[in-house]
Design a binder for this molecule. Structure first.
Ligand code: ZN
Length: 154
């Protein structure tokens, strides 16, 4: 690499009047943002992409995550009405406040897992689901389901 200003051996890179140039040490004083030339480009690239790959893989969790279902309010209300229980009666069975139950049924308050578990047991409904997050776990499940479906068909 040659200095683009005087044609000596360049050891630095820098910006001269908006252009990035290879520069020798003596010319680098005219430049801004000077830095040492980075020579072995292929090695640098490989290191960088390996780091990028491991970074991309890192956030994908293997375990499914528990979530409250989106239509929890409707599920609770319907199950309660099916049993002809008032909100107060259900609240007493759960040992929770009637006001909390009312908010849950109005879709205003997402029940905590603790309350949701009690609702599930008392009303025999499902409020907590395991969400497969994108990543290895989701792919594994999809494949397993496909194989299971094929076996069922046969
Ligand atoms: Zn120079």
């Amino acid at each position: 690499m040659r200095c683009e200003m005087c044609d000596k051996e360049a050891t630095l890179k820098g910006t001269v009047e908006g252009s990035e140039l290879s520069l020798c040490e003596s010319c680098s004083r005219y430049a801004k943002n000077t830095r040492l030339l980075q020579r072995p480009a292929p090695v640098m690239k490989r290191n960088k992409s390996a780091a990028a790959r491991s970074f991309a893989r890192a956030p994908a969790p293997a375990a499914p995550e528990k979530r409250i279902v989106g239509d929890y309010a409707e599920r609770v209300r319907k199950a309660r009405e099916k049993r002809n229980w008032t909100q107060k009666q259900l609240a007493e069975k759960l040992a929770e406040k009637e006001s909390l139950l009312a908010k849950v049924e109005q879709d205003k308050t997402v029940p905590s897992f603790r309350v949701a578990e009690k609702l599930e047991q008392t009303l025999h409904i499902t409020l907590i689901t395991e969400v497969e997050l994108p990543g290895v776990a989701a792919t594994g499940k999809a494949v397993a389901l496909t194989i299971g479906d094929i076996l069922k068909v046969k």
